[in-house]
Design a protein around this ligand. Structure first.
Ligand code: G3I
Length: 359
């Protein structure tokens, strides 16, 4: 048994979840037993992962915006196979503060209630980002001083609301361009780099225990963007800014997992950071071929295997439960099939590869 996290209590919870224990939430009425289990004859993936000291998570919303959702099946598979949950959209600025000073927590609270009932950890996503910011904020005309206050108000209100309930927050998301320069956007354009430090400091002031992460894509391997993230975080640490981890999103194309993933995790872990793979999916041109699905399985296995080899890396989250709920096809025309289950919730070779790796 590893000391990657407190496994004993989690195993008890996982066993309860697998048996349908754990009670129901106040809004979500779905019990823990899936009506259409992915694999009733097998051990849940989350149980195998937890035995290895790893949380396996999935992204989900309270009311996912994907058409034709079978919510009973969706939530059943989510709680059976995964021990962590990241709200895909429900904790973003536009959802939580749709009008100035008006915070709407209903959907996010329901997700947290569901997670607690099913002994799942929650990664908060995301406090400060250049996208999905409420229109009242982006369309307003604000001085730098007002922008600082708006940032503090949002971070403080949201982190305080969830204090003690979350494992981690993606405090700042996607602050960098691919060449490593600072990405323009609402917060950067008004405050410069200072917004990053402010966000972390306000988050820590509102919750002394939650893990605080910087999260980005195309920083999984060594390159100009991850070099820049490394320098930025080292600088934050030097100045006493509270930061606990780095989130490597992991939106890959099949065959595109960087060979320097392990070397990159090594250097971030050496800074004393936790490393989470926060949004893993591996897309391919559709319709998928058997060869590509097998290559995808190999890619998933190598990412999880690499994470497992580092004590600092104790969580891998996939960005959706099944190919039916993936953001990929609507963003990359002609691409999809990026997750562990197909659109009918059948296990793909990638699911089986992780099962075999973890067992
Ligand atoms: O919920 C509304 C619905 O009411 C409305 O009718 C509909 C009309 O377009 O939009 C719905 O919102 C959509 C939302 O997903 C929920 O489905 C937004 O348009 C759509 O833009 C949004 O896309 C999300 C995307 O972030 C936007 O930035 C994806 O679901 C989500 O998977 C994706 O997640 C990001 C991470 O947060 C950060 N890293 C990259 C990752 C992939 O882009």
């Amino acid at each position: 048994m590893t000391a990657r996290f407190r496994v004993a209590s989690l195993l008890v919870g996982a066993a309860l979840a697998a048996c349908g224990g754990g009670g129901g939430g106040d809004v979500i009425t779905q019990p823990n037993i899936p009506t259409t289990p992915v694999s009733p004859d097998t051990i849940p993936l989350r149980t195998l992962a937890e035995r290895r000291g790893l949380h396996l998570g999935a992204a989900a919303d309270q009311r996912p915006g994907y058409s034709g959702m079978d919510m009973t099946r969706f939530r059943g598979v989510l709680s059976r196979e995964f021990s962590a949950l990241t709200p895909e959209n429900d904790m973003k600025h536009e959802r939580l503060q749709p009008s100035r000073g008006v915070f709407r927590y209903e959907n996010a609270d329901s997700l947290v209630t569901f997670a607690v009932a099913n002994n799942m950890r929650v990664r908060g996503h995301t406090l400060v980002w250049h996208r999905q910011i409420a229109g009242w904020l982006t369309s307003g005309s604000w001085t730098a001083a007002e922008t600082r206050t708006l940032l503090q108000d949002h971070v403080t209100n949201v982190v305080t609301h969830f204090r003690g309930k979350l494992l981690a927050w993606d405090v700042v998301n996607e602050a960098l361009n691919d060449d490593g320069s600072m990405r323009p956007g609402f917060w950067y354009d008004r405050l410069g780099r200072e917004y990053i430090e402010l966000a972390f400091r306000h988050a820590r002031a509102a919750d002394p225990d939650v893990l605080l992460f910087y999260n980005d894509y195309n920083i999984e391997g060594i390159g100009p963007k991850s070099d820049s993230a490394y320098v930025m975080i080292r600088d934050l640490q030097t100045r006493g800014v509270p930061i606990n981890g780095i989130g490597l999103q992991g939106h890959f194309q099949v065959g595109g997992v960087p060979s320097s993933l392990a070397a990159n995790i090594t250097r971030f872990a050496a800074l004393g950071l936790k490393v989470h793979i926060t949004e893993l999916d591996i897309r391919m041109p559709t319709p998928a071929t058997a060869a590509q699905l097998q290559q995808q399985a190999d890619n998933y296995r190598s990412v999880v295997e690499t994470c497992l080899s580092f004590p600092a890396c104790d969580l891998v989250t996939v960005w959706g439960v099944s190919d039916h709920e993936s953001w990929v096809p609507s963003t990359f025309a002609g691409w999809g099939a990026a997750l562990l289950l197909d659109a009918q919730y059948a296990k793909k070779p990638a699911f089986t590869a992780l099962y075999n790796l973890l067992k």
